[in-house]
Design a protein around this ligand. Structure first.
Ligand code: UDP
Ligand code: MG
Length: 313
C-alpha cells in the first residue's frame, strides 16, 4: 500500500463496548473527505476484555485498520508514542476511542493543516461535565506548569490533535521513558492553532482515571518539563537563613539591653517542626527527581509488542 495521507492513532484499553461505534463514526467522517488515503492505527494497551479479538475482526474486514497489541498495559502515553512510531501518514491525528473527542472535528483539523499549521489541537471550551474540584485543580496545574516550563501545555487542551510529519519525526527523537505527551507534543514547536470543541460524554465503558493517577501524572509532567522544584530550595534556604540571622541579631540586642529572659519553648518547637517539615519536603522533591533519573538510566524498552495486525512489509 502507498503511504497514506493521514494516520489516525487510537489508544485503547478495555474498550470492547465502543470499538464498533468508533470505527463506524470515524470512517463516516474520513470517507467524506475527498480523495484522502488513511490508516487507523489502534494500539491495544494490554486490554483484559475482548478489545483485541474485536480489533482482529475489524482489521480483517478493512486493511486500513491496523493494530499494535502491547504485551501488557503500559499506559496511554506510551500507546500514543507507539502509534506515532508506527504511523506512516503525512500527518497524524490522535484521538480517544470513547468518542469524547468529536470525530467531526477531523475535517477542520485537516483544513487547518492544509492552510499550513503543523499542529492543530482541540481545546475544550467548557468543562461543565467536570466537577468543581476537578476544574479547580486542573486550572491550578496549568497555571503552575506554564509558569515553570519553557514549553507550554495548552490549557484545557487534551491529546486530541493533528500533527504534521515534521512534528512526528521530531517526537520520535525523544526517548524519555516517562512520557508526558501533552508536553512532548508541544516540544518540537512549529506553527500551531487551536479549534474549540465541547467534550462529549463517554459513548460507553468507564474512564480509567482517578485523582491519585492524575496527581502522579501531574508530577511526571512537571519533572519532564522543568527542574525548578529542585533548584528553588537554594533560595528558600537563603531566605530562611537570613530570617534566622535577623532573629539572632534581635535576640543579642535584646539581651544586651534588657538582660536574659526565659526563652519561649513554644516558639522553639514551632521553629524546629517548621524547619523539619521544610527539609522533608525538599528531600521528597529530590526523591521525585532521583527516582526519575533512575528510571531513565535503566534504559528499559518503552513498551513491548505482542502482536501486529495489517503491518505487512
Ligand atoms: N487508555 C489507554 N491506556 C490506559 C488508559 C486509557 O490506552 O492505560 C485509552 C482509553 O482507551 C481511551 C483514552 O486512552 O481511548 C482515554 O482514556 P479515558 O477515556 O479513560 O480517559 P478520560 O477521557 O476519562 O480522560
Ligand atoms: Mg474518555
Amino acid at each position: 500500500m502507498e503511504k497514506p495521507d493521514l494516520s489516525i492513532i487510537a489508544p485503547m484499553y478495555n474498550e470492547e463496548e465502543v470499538l464498533g461505534i468508533f470505527f463506524e463514526e470515524i470512517k463516516k467522517v474520513l470517507d467524506k473527505i475527498d480523495g484522502i488515503e488513511y490508516e487507523i492505527i489502534c494500539i491495544n494497551d494490554g486490554s483484559s476484555d475482548k478489545t483485541l479479538d474485536k480489533l482482529r475482526f475489524f482489521a480483517e474486514q478493512d486493511k486500513r485498520i491496523k493494530a499494535i497489541s502491547f504485551s501488557r498495559n503500559f499506559g496511554k502515553e506510551k500507546a500514543m508514542y507507539a502509534g506515532l512510531e508506527h504511523c506512516s501518514g503525512k500527518a497524524a491525528i490522535v484521538i480517544d476511542v470513547d468518542l469524547q473527542d468529536p470525530v467531526e472535528l477531523i475535517e477542520i483539523f485537516i483544513q487547518k493543516w492544509k492552510e499550513g499549521y503543523e499542529t492543530v489541537y482541540g481545546v475544550r471550551i467548557n468543562r461543565k461535565t467536570d466537577t468543581f474540584f476537578k476544574r479547580f485543580t486542573a486550572n491550578l496545574f496549568y497555571k503552575a506548569f506554564n509558569k515553570m516550563s519553557q514549553v507550554p501545555v495548552y490549557k484545557n487542551g487534551g491529546d486530541f490533535r493533528l500533527i504534521d510529519r515534521k512534528v512526528i519525526d521530531a517526537i520520535k527523537e525523544i526517548k524519555d521513558n516517562k512520557l508526558f505527551m501533552k508536553y512532548i507534543f508541544n516540544w518540537p514547536g512549529y506553527k500551531s492553532c487551536s479549534v474549540g470543541f465541547v467534550r462529549q460524554k463517554r459513548a460507553a465503558g468507564t474512564t480509567k482515571w482517578n485523582y491519585w493517577k492524575l496527581w502522579n501524572f501531574a508530577l511526571d509532567g512537571i519533572s519532564a518539563a522543568t527542574t525548578l522544584p529542585l533548584r528553588i530550595w537554594t533560595y528558600i534556604g537563603v531566605f530562611i537563613s537570613l530570617l534566622a540571622f535577623l532573629r539572632g541579631g534581635y535576640i543579642i540586642a535584646r539581651t544586651l539591653i534588657s538582660g536574659i529572659d526565659l526563652p519561649g519553648y513554644a516558639s522553639l518547637t514551632a521553629a524546629i517542626l517548621f524547619l523539619g517539615g521544610i527539609q522533608l519536603i525538599a528531600l521528597g522533591v529530590l526523591g521525585e527527581y532521583l527516582g526519575r533519573v533512575l528510571e531513565e538510566t535503566r534504559r528499559r524498552p518503552m513498551y513491548l509488542i505482542a502482536e501486529k495486525v495489517n503491518f505487512d512489509a
